[in-house]
Design a protein around this ligand. Sequence first.
Ligand code: NAI
Length: 247
Amino acid sequence: MYNFEGKIVIITGSARGIGFAIAETFAENGATSIILDLFQDAVDEAVKKITDKGFKAFGYVADITDSELTGNLFKEIFQKFGKIDILINNAGITKDGLLMKMKESDWDAVINVNLKGTFICTQKVCRFMMKQRQGVILNISSIVGIMGNAGQANYAASKGGIITLTKSAAKEFASRNIRVNVIAPGFIETEMTAQLPKEIVDKYLEAIPLRHIGTSKDVANLCLFLASKEADYITGQTIQVDGGLIM
Ligand code: NAI
């Protein structure tokens, strides 16, 4: 159990999947989780699931690729709560296909949400964190961003970009006591991976030394640690949650 009492945590793409698990886990550990996602109904439902258990959560609708809207929203959140302690850039999409046949629109869409969206949210939040002289930013990449993947050139490039974006931000923000790290999940059970055919899932299972698929909670637990005081001396790093899949 960590003590995040009084901490304000924004998690992008948190109406479902890994993002929701992160929001729920921080709230269970005392934080106020701010759920950001594309659709009002999904946001409301996610907030209710957390508040029904007696924990603190608020929801906002936002498309993180819209820089003006996102900037205004972060300002509104900062004014309402008086601070923003932690930002978790989790929102992400896939549009898989072989590079040779990949549509430029699929390339652009994935880079725009995963990489540019992470840049936009980081840029918008850093002005508040700099003022506070403290903050934590966690960026959700993927092991695919380290090793590449056939059929995912756009996704791999976006997730690899997140790793070097993080290192640059960590170097720029360190003097203001803002830490920035990457979490690179391996194969995690969510709606995103539920669509994969059984043969592919079985192939992954064979390659994972710990012999099971990860859960959203595995990712959320690492977020807790990296955002905690116990991780005060860790910045610019990429930490995998992948059952040993790549090493
Ligand atoms: P998901 O598809 O279940 O959830 C993603 C959420 O992001 C959705 O609620 C969606 O509405 C939201 N979103 C998408 N575009 C958005 C935008 N422009 N603005 C705001 N919100 C937006 O995905 P999942 O599986 O929970 O993945 C979360 C993150 O973890 C993603 O960045 C993904 O790339 C990463 N990841 C997932 C892995 C897995 O095995 N599921 C493995 C490695 C990384």
